[in-house]
Write a protein that binds this ligand. Sequence first.
Ligand SMILES: [Zn+2]
Length: 377
Amino acid sequence: MPEHTATGAFFTEPPGRLFLHVSPSPRACPGDDPLDLVSPDIGGLIVSDDDGVHASAYLEQVADDGAFTGPIIYDPAVYAREIARPDEQPALFALSREMRAASIRLQPARRHAQVSLTPTRYLYPEPYRCLHNAAHAAAEIAAPDIVFAVPVDHTWLDSPHYRELITVLVDTPGPKALILGDDDDPLEKLDRAQHLREIVTSVPGLALLRTGLAGLDALVHGAEFASIGVSAATRRTPPPGLSSTGPRSGPPEVLVPDLMHYVDGQRFSTMLSQTSQVPRCRCPECARGSIEFGERGRPVTTFTEAADEQIAHRHNYWLIEEWHATLMRGTESTKRQDRWRRLCAEALGNHIPINARRHPHSEPLEAPSSLKFWAAG
Ligand SMILES: [Zn+2]
């Protein structure tokens, strides 16, 4: 059994850790995930138990393997299955009989996680009492190895709710981890990306979990730590009752480095099917196909099959880690933010020539609203 870390040091040294976020499925084994790409010095692993069953076995395998030496956070992910109700006191730990049974089964998993998230239920803005109850319960159980999970529906990012969220989180002691719920991109509206930035910069000790590139934006603007999903299922958090977290078959989502944009591999390939000028990647994962693809690297249009999923996950995470390491270099936060803004502005601009080369029958690839906001500063 690994020693528990001194949690205070874990959360502050170094600041700005980036965690790989996984949610094991029945057939998952740690060897399928790019754990070897996670730096134990500036990264870590978060294991979410979205279905209440499989994280335990996964964590046992990670522990048995012994190769992963970075910090591990266990997330019971109750928010994936249950919605907070105002008539329950406290909302935070009021588990159903099924959940109690699941949590007993999960006890072995808990041993291997150095830190756990609270089993907070999914929080809608109405009524505010649900968030207040959860924050109150979190304050009561404050412990060095517990982080208050704050799984909020994306509508919390709208006015005036996000201001209430800031007030409650500022008043709640200890580390907090914000999780944005949405069936799709929670930042598809420009002002939501802006309000999220305001939340991150206003709440000390805040983490942002289960994101894509929003995790990097949060880190360069002072978030304590962040996590980026290995797959679309852990980059998004649908409200309980919506099924999009289920296993996904078909082409993987692949991160296009020039565009800083996750795209459907098949759609991207079809879109650029009439040009040879396609974005290429020379990351170590893509370089493994160098005999086939040549020195210029693998075309990002070649991730078209379900069988490409594992290599796409490795490619995606390698890029993220590379950006993370570059962005967090040095200590001056204004320089980090400048680097991030320039990176995003360049990626936003690159959408224009890519779209100009697209197949005439294909839809243009619209840059995400969040990227537009980040590029503007
Ligand atoms: Zn690559």
